[in-house]
Design a protein around this ligand. Structure first.
Ligand code: AMP
Ligand code: GLY
Length: 423
């Protein structure tokens, strides 16, 4: 197949690497230097849907795979499908399960899908009423911007003062119009897990479970990030817990989306909180593959992954296209620029990439650029280092050994990825 992959992160690099194994010709946009070692550059200049569709026609593209949420939320799939181009990723309306927390929470409430107790508010609601609801939940409580906020729109408030400052920030434009509506919800205790359901809207296939590490600091402390590392499968998701997740969350959500005339076709990412009794609630849904979970999860996928995504794009999932590797464990550790997720410097030369000998290691690029024939840092999350092995510990040992040989100024990474599972 001729495939165009939209995106420029380590997630897209990992997806393209999987596609490479089955005789496909792959283009990427915007891409990154790592991606362009295995995929072709396009002549595209911007995320203009019309230009993308012309490119697809000129190059006989059979399938477009969309990595990030932004183009999905803007309706790229709808546009391409109108031009008879197969696209993997939900429609604009279905993407609202991620791009509007108010829609997503209201959907869960309406269809009895387990999630934290909540109410949504907007700028024009009275502060007394909002505070009264907050106090009724008891602290800590969670405030979420309704719209897309690059993973930064969630705040945990420990008392009413923090809460008032937070909602004032949101309502006065901290996240532009994404924060003019908010969700206020109960704080959930437990352990998080990510489940990816590849679905044509009716039937679905689950990829191995994963656990992300969202906080910047070791021991899960400090600010939330896009994700600092992941492993798969996540032992917290036992077979019994997974069965319940399917029956109480995945299946009802797909049916709910059908009932709302928003058939969800693509990767439904359920971010879950699993409590000590093994009950799962939805923290959030995303309308795409997670990053960095995908880098680890795909290590456990064999077969024709591109064929699977194509079958979904044309509306009838072929669950036989891939096989899941059993008895292996995959991990991913992110190398970041010190200062991320706040301010950081860019442009530092990355050394050691060409010296990695371990065949059991994959290096995916995220925030990198090419300058004077060298690879330099160009973002907060710079590289994803991935390995699969016979034990979780061995996969992480492979990664940490590799990390000691890759160097750049201000290199930062968490040294405790997998700590929960290793305990
Ligand atoms: P979200 O963007 O909704 O996934 O939120 C980002 C992170 O904030 C989650 O991965 C959780 O670690 C945390 N979080 C969000 N909502 C809640 C909640 N209701 N209770 C506890 N933690 C939460
Ligand atoms: N790993 C978190 C996300 O992709 O949103």
């Amino acid at each position: 197949m001729n495939i165009l992959v939209i995106g420029s992160g380590a997630r897209e690099h990992a997806i393209i690497n999987k596609f490479k194994s089955s005789n496909n010709i792959i283009w990427a946009f915007p891409g990154n230097p790592g991606i362009f070692q295995i995929a072709q550059k396009t002549n595209l200049l911007s995320m203009n849907f019309e230009e993308i569709s012309v490119f697809c026609k000129d190059n006989q593209i059979d399938l477009v795979v969309i990595g990030p949420e932004q183009p999905l939320a803007e309706g790229i799939t709808d546009y391409l499908e109108q031009q008879n181009i197969a696209a993997f990723g939900p429609s604009k309306l279905a993407t609202e399960i991620e791009s509007s927390k108010v829609f997503s929470k209201t959907l869960m409430q309406k269809y009895g899908i387990p999630t934290a107790r909540f109410r949504s508010f907007s700028k024009t609601d009275s502060i007394e009423e909002i505070n009264e609801f907050a106090n009724s939940l008891g602290f800590p409580i969670v405030v979420k911007a309704d719209g897309l906020a690059a993973g930064k729109g969630v705040a945990i408030c420990n008392d009413i003062n923090e809460f008032e400052v937070t909602i004032n920030d949101y309502f006065s434009g901290k996240f532009a119009d994404a924060g003019f509506k908010i969700v206020v919800e109960e704080f959930m205790e437990g352990e998080e897990a990510s489940i990816f359901a590849i679905t044509d809207g009716n039937d679905y296939l689950l990829l191995p479970s994963a656990q992300d590490h969202k906080r910047i600091g070791e021991g899960d402390t400090g600010l939330n990030t896009g994700g600092m590392g992941a492993y798969s499968p996540a032992p917290i998701v036992t077979a019994k817990i997974l069965e319940k997740i399917e029956s109480t969350i995945i299946k009802p959500t797909l049916l709910a989306m059908q009932s709302e005339n928003r058939i969800f076709k693509g990767c439904l990412y359920a971010g879950l909180m699993i409590d000590k009794n093994g009950n799962s609630k939805v923290v959030e849904f995303n309308a795409r593959f997670g990053d960095p979970e995908t880098e680890a999860v795909l290590e456990l996928v064999e077969g024709d992954f591109a064929g699977l995504l194509y079958s979904v794009a044309i509306g009838k999932i072929d669950k036989t296209a891939i096989q899941i590797t059993k008895n292996k464990f995959a991990s991913c550790v992110i190398l970041a620029s010190k200062g991320y997720p706040e301010t950081f410097e860019k442009g530092y030369v990355i050394c050691g990439l060409d010296k990695i000998q371990n065949k059991n290691i994959k290096i995916y690029h995220s925030g990198t650029a090419e300058k004077d024939n060298q690879i330099v840092t160009n973002g907060g999350r710079v590289l994803a280092i991935v390995s699969a092995d016979n034990s979780l510990k061995q996969s992480l040992d492979n990664i940490y050994e590799t990390i000691s040989n890759i160097n750049f100024e201000n290199k930062y990474y968490r040294k405790d990825i997998g700590h929960r599972a290793l305990k």
